[in-house]
Design a binder for this molecule. Structure first.
Ligand code: C2E
Ligand code: CA
Ligand code: CA
Length: 641
């Protein structure tokens, strides 16, 4: 399996440079301290020697003032006095013949100096300091010439063993270096901890925890580099989608589906090699980047190989699970100039995979056109939603009729888009674009504002009992600021929450059931009614209805259509109505087109009916006149029974 390197790793250089600087500092400061200590000590020794020489010269001149020359023993005692006054090891007086004429070490008296350095220093007849080894011991010697007037009296040599001094120097330097080392070690530890923490954060930021695969952020960095260097045929992206995780979550629980995801991730990793890199894009999507592929055949045969996983069962917690894999393929051809566009293209080709035999699709010109159209819709939507009033967006209102009385109970607000360049765009198309391109939240709020304004205008006409239903996308509901925004809108338009009904679909409940269900309750606390739209097309079961915080069930057109043919589905519709009633929910049948459907539904006790039989969606003006004058006979759509 391929090993992944951290892309923007915690730069080790960031840590190595200060580390090296610390090492250099420790050694530098250490040797500096030793040198400084030596200089200090030896300077002291030299000062002592000079003071002695001065005292010695003073002794000689005192004797000369008394016109008395000092004899040998007097000079010797003068030297001993000097030695007592200052702790030096030995003092000698050496004459111009290099003979030690007096010394505090009597054994040396009469000896001749032979050391080459010493003889050189003595011949110069100036103050001089040098180090020498005498009897195997390092010694520091200071020569000071003594003269009285013009008469030279020889050279005073003050000699000290440096053993003690060196021990002191070494001890103090060792202490200093140890202190520095302590600082160094603790700093190194802090840096190591910081490095590890940084590396862990990078792992968290760039890798998916569940599968250990590089995540979307990593992939974006990686692909951005590939795009900038892309040549035709240099690389391709294979977007792999597995739609089954949701169902598995529903049936077996999240833990189960998570294990299945891990299994799939692990299996896919088996297909990595030097030219194929795998990323985890989202909970049910993976991306393979294939570098330097030969031709489209190679891409397709790889896609088929991966598609083959669909046929093999995965064993999760003892149960066998089959998963359905689909693959959208995009070649890097220079026209996908951004990562965003590349992924959009991959998504378009993935969406174009039909339920046929082939589980993959290669991005082509037709898809390119689709993508371009999506881009145009997106741009127009963005422009429309950024201004206060929109030119191409507007709402239509489809009447909802009371099944028993035929009175208009309310309307469903349906958004429309009439583009200057693209003409009338079906809501399923532009809503899908809005959902994929992060525009559904502003679009949804725009619809809600218009719907609230419609309610306000109805109230002004004395029609306060009419409910307006608004379709709410799951993405809107997931947002934390959704409920506050709704409440603010209700307040600013001055309408009652009970005039609104929110239609939600089951898909949003799948992954965020508890969270969404709590939100629904909060909305109901403010009087807003909740309807479950398209009931019967999703995964919700009748038993689940009792746990949901809803008021209404909207039976999907699919069931209503089948009433026409008196199929078994018609019986199911009756059962749905009856169970919903038992749970205290009201029922709306949507897509009622013919009288027979109406008769059946009314017979089964369906509370509300909506469909072309009563009215198509109407402009605001027509909706108001429908409310005031409408009747089934005058508004029937003309669709044949
Ligand atoms: P939906 O919520 O299920 O809306 C009902 C759809 O069925 C509407 O299509 C309506 O025109 C159509 N319809 C109503 N009665 C009949 C009938 O008797 N026969 C037939 N054949 N169709 C009928 P429309 O307006 O094209 O909307 C399609 C979908 O777009 C809606 O389905 C809804 O999911 C979505 N949509 C519309 N407006 C909004 C909106 O403001 N926000 C959101 N999030 N989605 C919206
Ligand atoms: Ca609806
Ligand atoms: Ca519906």
């Amino acid at each position: 399996m391929k090993k992944h390197n951290i892309p923007l790793s915690v730069n080790a250089g960031l840590f190595i440079i200060p580390f090296l600087m610390l090492v250099i500092t420790v050694f530098g400061v250490g040797s500096f301290m030793i040198d400084a200590a030596r200089t200090y000590h030896y300077a002291h020794m030299k000062d002592d020697a000079l003071n002695m020489a001065r005292s010695f010269a003073r002794g000689l001149s005192k004797a000369a003032e008394g016109h008395k020359a000092l004899d040998g023993s007097e000079i010797h005692s003068l030297l001993e006095e000097l030695q007592d006054s200052c702790p030096v090891e030995r003092i000698h007086l050496i004459n111009s013949d290099l003979t030690i004429i007096h010394s505090t070490d009597e054994n040396l008296t009469g000896r001749t100096v032979t050391d080459r350095n010493a003889t050189e220093a003595l011949s110069k007849r100036s103050e001089h300091t040098y180090m020498t080894a005498i009897d195997g011991e390092r010694r520091h010697v200071v020569f000071v010439p003594i003269s009285m007037g013009n008469t030279s009296f020889g050279t005073l040599a003050v000699e000290n063993s440096v053993r003690e001094t060196e021990i002191v120097i070494r001890r103090s330097s060792t202490f200093g270096v140890l202190a520095l080392l302590t600082v160094f070690v603790s700093l190194s530890c802090t840096m190591a901890v910081a490095y590890n923490r940084g590396a862990r954060l990078v792992r968290l930021a760039y890798y998916d925890e569940a599968t250990g695969l590089p995540n979307t952020r990593y992939m974006k960095n990686f692909l951005t580099k590939e795009i900038t260097t892309a040549r035709s045929g240099s690389g391709a992206v294979l977007l792999i989608s597995c739609e089954d995780f949701r169902t598995v979550s529903m049936v077996f629980g999240f833990e189960h589906s998570d294990l299945l995801r891990k299994n799939l991730g692990y299996t896919l990793r088996g297909y990595e090699n030097g030219t194929r890199t795998l990323f985890r894009l989202s909970s049910d999507r993976f991306v393979f980047f294939m570098k330097n592929y030969r031709d489209e055949h190679e891409l397709i045969s790889f896609a088929k190989e991966i598609g083959g996983i669909s046929g093999r069962p995965f064993t999760v917690k003892g149960t066998e699970q089959h998963i359905d894999i689909r693959i959208g393929i995009v070649k890097l051809e220079g026209k996908h100039e951004s990562i965003d566009r590349l992924l959009k293209a991959a998504m378009v080709s993935l969406n174009s995979v039909k339920n046929g035999l082939e589980k993959f699709a290669v991005f082509n010109e037709e898809m390119e056109n689709r993508l371009l159209r999506d881009d145009q819709i997106e741009n127009e939507l963005r422009a429309e939603l950024s201004g206060f009033d929109s030119q191409s967006l507007y709402l239509e209102y489809q009447p909802v009729v009371n099944g028993r009385t035929n009175d208009t109970a309310g309307f469903e607000a349906l958004v429309r888009m009439r583009s200057g360049r693209l003409g009338q765009i079906p809501p399923v198309e532009f809503i899908d674009v809005a959902e994929r391109r992060q525009l559904i939240v502003p679009l949804g709020m725009w619809v809600l504002r218009k719907a609230c304004e419609f309610v306000r205008s109805l109230n002004a006409r004395g029609r306060s009992g009419v409910t307006v239903a608004v379709n709410i996308s799951g993405l809107q509901l997931l947002r934390d600021d959704f409920i506050p925004a709704v409440l603010e809108l209700i307040e600013t338009t001055g309408i009652d929450g009970s005039s609104l009904e929110f239609e939600i679909t089951e898909s949003i409940l799948l992954e965020n059931y508890d969270h969404i269900n709590r939100k629904l309750n909060e909305l109901r606390d403010h009087g807003i009614r909740i309807a479950l739209d398209d009931f019967g097309t999703g995964y919700s079961s009748l038993s689940r209805l009792s746990e949901l915080n809803i008021d209404t069930v909207k039976i999907d057109k699919f069931f209503i259509d089948h009433i026409r043919q008196k199929e078994r589905t018609a019986i199911i519709t009756g059962t749905i109505i009856s169970i919903a009633h038992q749970l205290g929910l009201s029922v709306v049948a949507e897509g009622v087109e013919i009288e027979r459907q109406r008769t059946y539904l009314v017979h089964e006790g369906c509370d509300f009916l909506q469909g072309f039989l009563f009215s198509k969606p109407l402009s605001e003006m027509n909706a108001v006149s429908y409310l005031e004058t409408g009747s089934i006979e005058t508004r029937a759509s003309g669709i044949p029974n």
